[in-house]
Design a binder for this molecule. Sequence first.
Ligand code: ZN
Length: 172
Amino acid sequence: MEWGTGVGKPVRTVVNLPKGRTPVFPDRCVACGIDHPGATHRVGTNAIGWWTLAFWSFGPRFWVEVPACVPCCGRMRRQRWLQLAVNAAFIVVGVSIALALLQRYEGPFKRWIALGIALVCLLPVFLWETLFSRPIDMTAFSSTVDYEFRDAAYGNEFAALNQRGAGDEGHA
Ligand SMILES: [Zn+2]
């Protein structure tokens, strides 16, 4: 790991592909890079993002199977559950505080105060996303998908593999 460059959020390699195309992944573990990992980790598009909160819509889920070794599969699964649990806990606490406060407060800004409290309680959720970056992340748009890789080498290999596919279709 290089500490001299890019303090804070690491630079991530983003590859954008059409939604209809099945992505081709290098035969390496997406988390630790070991060759021929022999297992796959199911990755879905972000369930919680600012757009989820802004529009209250989760949109259609999009899944891919990403090569990963067995220990990394387990670790990524645990991390996801822990993150869900932490997020849920903060949301429950935030809503409870907002409701308790609002029962005692009768004023013109009631709704805005509730919204403010809810947003403050959601900050750790966003902080978590920034601090514990996953080896791979996906963001689905209406017709394309962004594949985001923590490991630049893996991301470039992925890009090269899928660019060849694009050439076959005559896009080049
Ligand atoms: Zn691994």
